[in-house]
Write a protein that binds this ligand. Structure first.
Ligand code: 3HC
Length: 320
């Protein structure tokens, strides 16, 4: 079907029909500008989250309690950098450059997951991040493997393969501590107390307050709602905490046999909004660190540009 002489209404009708027929949308396909814009917003924020998320964990590479833990944490942090690159590449297929995306992050025009603005105070936090943060990310990312935009869906398939290792290594750290000395178990419980609620916030506001969910569900960018994914994460994580002999910091947590899910207490959306607005414990450090690393990496980008320029000159000489 030739799109060139179709009316805007007809183009939109054909686009939605493709989405409804579960067809993937590829970079060269016609798409509504609003679809493209929300993809740039979500995928770039996902990429920023992966890269900023390297900082809290990176803090513990030199302090890991054993060579094995150090090697595993190194591998995980490197994976997160790679996830960021897949996702920046997926965003670039939508016509934005890496420079624009990094600038939006530095200028506060693009977000990243609020959870990465919390400090990693003890080694148990590294376990809690793998277990809870990567655990929550997996629940979300498995669902996003079926997102309607091709490059994003394919990036998710690759990322999910590594995320399960991330979650398992984190849970192993927590189990080891929980089965260790009383001090070690207390450290694991303290980490759970501090990371539980920010992990629930990773799924975004409740559906009724979500600015983008309705449209994202119609366009099948999102395949499940924020609350649906959050509930799935709670249901699968509570038994893991119980198995480790740890207590979820929510006095209202209770299995609801009728619903077949855990009921849980209210999330502190004031805290969420405060951290998202830039007033979390580490927001300024995270961006300052990212700026510094970006500036220090300028020589690499210069070398790549020079190499590309030399290749273009050689190609022009060969063609002459
Ligand atoms: N942190 C910061 N901002 C958040 C947020 C969070 N946890 N949850 C929602 N928001 C923001 C949204 O970005 C949006 O703001 P914007 O309009 O300025 O972009 C606003 O709150 C309203 O939220 P919505 O639910 O309406 O927004 P979305 O439809 O985009 O849903 C989302 C939010 C569920 C996070 C969705 O964007 C998404 O699924 N993103 C992809 C997954 C992702 O980004 N995960 C981040 C973690 S990556 C990670 O953990 C790596 C692991 O390996 C360590």
């Amino acid at each position: 079907m030739n799109d060139s002489n179709a009316s805007p209404e007809e183009l939109l009708r054909r686009f939605q029909a493709r989405i409804d027929a579960e067809q993937r949308i590829e970079p060269k396909d016609w798409m509504p500008e609003a679809y493209r814009r929300t993809l740039v917003r979500q995928i770039s924020q996902h990429a920023h989250s992966e890269v900023i998320g390297m900082q809290p964990e990176g803090n513990w590479i030199l302090r890991a309690p054993s060579l094995r833990r150090k090697a595993v944490l190194l591998a995980k942090v490197q994976d997160e950098g790679g996830h960021g690159l897949y996702l920046y590449s997926a965003t670039e297929t939508l016509g934005v450059s890496r420079e624009e995306l990094v600038e939006a992050l530095h200028e506060g025009r693009a977000k990243y997951a609020s959870i990465f603005n919390y400090p990693t105070l003890t080694w148990a936090d590294i376990g809690a991040i793998g277990w809870l943060v990567d655990g929550a990310a997996i629940v979300n990312q498995i669902s996003l493997q079926r997102t309607s935009y091709g490059p994003y869906a394919r990036g998710m398939v690759r990322i999910c393969k590594e995320e399960s290792f991330h979650q398992r290594q984190g849970y192993e750290v927590i189990l080891t501590l929980a089965r260790g000395s009383a001090e070690q178990k207390a450290m694991a419980q303290d980490a759970l107390d501090r990371w539980w609620w920010p992990s629930l916030m990773m799924f975004g506001p409740h559906d009724a307050e979500s600015a983008h969910s309705a449209q994202s569900m119609t366009w099948k960018i999102k395949r499940q709602s924020n609350d649906e994914l959050r509930q799935k994460f709670v249901d699968q994580t509570v038994p893991q905490a119980e198995f480790a002999g740890l207590v979820i910091p929510d006095p209202q947590l209770l299995w609801n046999a009728e619903r077949g899910h855990y009921d849980f207490g209210p999330i502190d959306w004031e805290e969420f909004n405060r951290v998202v607005a830039g007033n979390g414990m580490c927001n300024r450090d995270r961006i300052a660190h990212h700026r510094r690393a970006h500036e220090e990496g300028e020589w690499v980008r210069e070398a790549v540009r020079a190499h590309e320029e030399r290749k273009r000159e050689r190609a022009a000489q060969d063609a002459a």
